[in-house]
Design a binder for this molecule. Sequence first.
Ligand code: GN1
Ligand code: MG
Length: 552
Amino acid sequence: MANNNSYRTAYAFAREMYPKKTKSHLQYGTAGFRTKATDLEHVMYRMGLLAVLRARYKKSVIGVMVTASHNPEPDNGVKLVDPHGEMLEQSWEPWATKFANVIDEKLEDTINELIKAFDITNMNDRVEIVVGKDTRPSSPHLAKAVCDGVLALSGKPIDYGIVTTPQLHYFVVCKNTNRAYGQPNEEGYYAKLTNAFKKIRGTEYTKGNYHNRVVYDGANGVGAKKIKYLKEALGDSLKVDMYNDEIIGSGKLNYMCGADYVKSHQTFPNGLPKDKNVRCCSVDGDADRIVYYYTDDDGLFHLMDGDRIATLAAAYLKELLQQTGIELNLGLVQTAYANGASTDYISSELNVPVAFASTGVKHLHHQALNYDIGVYFEANGHGTVIFSQNTKEKLRAGTRCNSFTEDQRQACSKFLTLIDLINETVGDAISDMLLVETILHEKGWDISQWEACYTDLPNRLMKVTVKDRNVITTTDAERICLTPQDLQDEIDSLAAKYPKGRSFVRPSGTEDIVRVYAEAGTTADADKLAAEVALKVFELAGGIGAPPEIPQ
Ligand SMILES: CC(=O)N[C@H]1[C@@H](OP(=O)(O)O)O[C@H](CO)[C@@H](O)[C@@H]1O
Ligand SMILES: [Mg+2]
């Protein structure tokens, strides 16, 4: 039987301290709730309540991260982290939405409803909820609201203060694996990553064309704060030149800097020196995404996005796997936004199977579980690699296997060290940076050699505003449009006009718009195809405002 007192307290407390003041309806989307920070107080409190119920239901530690990632500073957001470090299970998203939107007077009923629906009988369990926040001015206050929600249902909030989103995922997994994954604190996180990095790198810090220096854009956020600890631990093995560090006061969070800015504007962030042929990287506001880039001798900007990181990692892991002589299946998961040239390269040249998932890392993560070694990345730089239990067991056995050669045994050990370098719980900018640096070092490559693996197809992303974006429905990992009728046929015939033409449309999960993607053999064709498809969307899906213009 549920403890009536506890949720009665929660209900009374909510009305008093965190009343719902806004009328706008919020939806738990691709990245949890995200909106103006001023509208989120009651949502945070209620997510604290929900986290306790989820933790009791799963009999595990649950995480709550207060962040709005790459959004502007006045925004904020919240997402729940499930026991294995995944995003909140999709079947609970409607509950999160319900909790966030219900009027104060109905909150108690909603709590009861959930307890009943999931038959939660252990309402007295003092479950742990780990709470983290980014560097936004609104975050301390909102994280306190989460903790108050946790306390109201007699849960135990463990406030980690300012941490990156991937650190919080890591803490959840450490706790739920009884520390088998690592120590559930920041020291444990840095130690795990840097020990693995230094072990693989050895004492030869530069190699061939690889130099142990990277220019790092911290987006004036938590990614800047945290890299300082890492820098110390890395010593001379990797020199990280940091820019856009809010402590120095050089700028505002995510403003003209950070991974999202660089990827969407295809340009250098503010505040970084544009030294020619120097490897630069940018992380986003909660440090779960990373992109690399450089300027060439002619001052041209070159972007190395998530597709590039994915292909680099998959190719390297394939080589290392071959060295162990162990049979395991390795695959790459992309979304429809992955550049067609990257898909071609990985499937035709590297012979690594590629699967497609819907946008949003939770979908990619899920699909990657089908492989022993699953590499997944969104083009925007969010991704990681996950390894099955079978992989880890075979590699461990391989290190001791008498029938293996010494080289094979060493390859197994190295593979295991590499697994320690990778934050398997979620895409992690810091861990991904160390992975890229490890691979480039091993190959003795500078950034242009990495880029030379394949040539991106020119592409263009557009937004179309329509009355109701949900009139667009899709299938086949969002690559085919089911409704409105005729739209897919129109897209097919437009794409067929251009060599290497490809285009798809889907409603955004984070903005009230329809996204149009197009790629083709030339920039002019990609631009034209995108605009033509955007116009079709406008015509067939109830566009509002000015129709998209077709370039001549
Ligand atoms: C084209 C694109 O970059 N879409 C982004 C964006 O989703 P949309 O559903 O497209 O708005 O935000 C998501 C959350 O950050 C991210 O996972 C995704 O890759
Ligand atoms: Mg992010």
